[in-house]
Design a protein around this ligand. Structure first.
Ligand SMILES: C[S@@+](CC[C@H](N)C(=O)[O-])C[C@H]1O[C@@H](n2cnc3c(N)ncnc32)[C@H](O)[C@@H]1O
Length: 279
């Protein structure tokens, strides 16, 4: 059942869902007493509603699906390595996996050849260390989910023993080391989610990852509107500072659409270079 869905919806996700399968089904049986086929129509309508909810136009799953397809159809640019900072209990992760499954199914690719690098303290938020972090909704230790909790959640969608998922536990000021960056340089990020709320955490992530990030890498920042877009607060401040640092540019990329809270950006190195990194 699941493998039939991409064929029905993959294009529709990008445009809009127009004719739904259950309507077409009803049309085929026009001559038949509708009472007889009503249960079947209802069953299909439920299925449609299920997928429309998960892949509605401004959902995060839809954003991921668009991003994956976009990169796959580019002649140049990175592909195949997903990094997420602030995995928490794994809600955004679960949306990525949903999209990855549909994408791999539609493109006939092996899901387990896509690498995932997932970062979190798994002890919740750190202390605020800058006035630019000062949001009243957060304090040290909130949003704490253990690695075990997150693994259990993810293992409902993915076989974690296959070796393509890597958890990196720790506060970023300790876990994001130059040695780790060297070790991961063979897996340059192609798609990055940053859902860490604070300016300081976002800045640590960007300073660490951008030196080995190729031009064309797509970023999803979940907390752009946490401080109502204030240019000196939160994620927006971190992005602005990075754009003045000389390493390259994080450029808003609205072509991929929006989600309710987050925004997409594409990274372009200052010394422009473009290679096809195959996965
Ligand atoms: C809003 S939650 C993430 C929610 C998650 N993406 C989800 O959808 O379930 C923010 C996460 O960022 C993590 N975090 C924030 N700053 C961090 C830092 N400096 N080091 C490590 N983890 C950090 C927190 O532990 C928390 O789990």
């Amino acid at each position: 059942m699941v493998s039939a869905i991409p064929a029905l919806y993959a294009q529709g996700v990008i445009a809009q869902h127009r004719s739904m399968p259950h309507n077409r089904f009803a049309h085929r049986y026009r001559g038949i007493n509708r009472a007889l086929i009503r249960p079947l129509i209802r069953q299909r309508a439920k299925l449609d509603a299920f997928f429309m909810k998960r892949f509605r136009t401004n959902s995060l799953s839809t954003w991921f699906l668009r991003a994956l397809r976009h990169q796959h159809h580019q002649r140049f640019g990175p592909e195949g390595n997903y990094y997420e900072f602030g995995i928490g209990k794994g809600r955004s992760m679960s949306r990525f996996l949903r999209a990855l499954k549909v994408f791999c199914d539609a493109e006939d690719l092996d899901l387990y050849s896509y690498s995932l690098f997932l970062f979190d303290s798994f002890e919740g938020m750190p202390s605020k260390s800058s006035p630019r972090d000062e949001h009243p909704g957060f304090s040290k230790g909130v949003l704490s989910f253990s690695l075990e909790q997150t693994r259990t959640r993810m293992s409902k969608q993915l076989d974690l023993s296959r070796g393509n998922v890597h958890f990196i536990k720790g506060f970023f000021d300790e876990s994001l080391t130059p040695e780790l960056a060297n070790g991961l340089a063979a897996h340059p990020p192609s798609l990055v989610t940053v859902d860490v709320d604070y300016y300081t955490s976002t800045k640590s992530v960007l300073e660490w990852i951008l030196p080995f990030t190729p031009t064309g890498c797509l970023f999803y920042f979940d907390d752009i509107w946490l401080f109502y877009g204030h240019p000196e607060m939160g994620q927006v401040a971190a992005i602005n500072e990075i754009n003045q640092s000389g390493i390259g540019y994080l450029i808003p990329y609205p072509e991929l659409g929006t989600t309710v809270g987050g925004r997409s950006f594409v990274f372009s190195r200052r010394e422009f270079e473009l290679q096809k990194a195959r996965w």
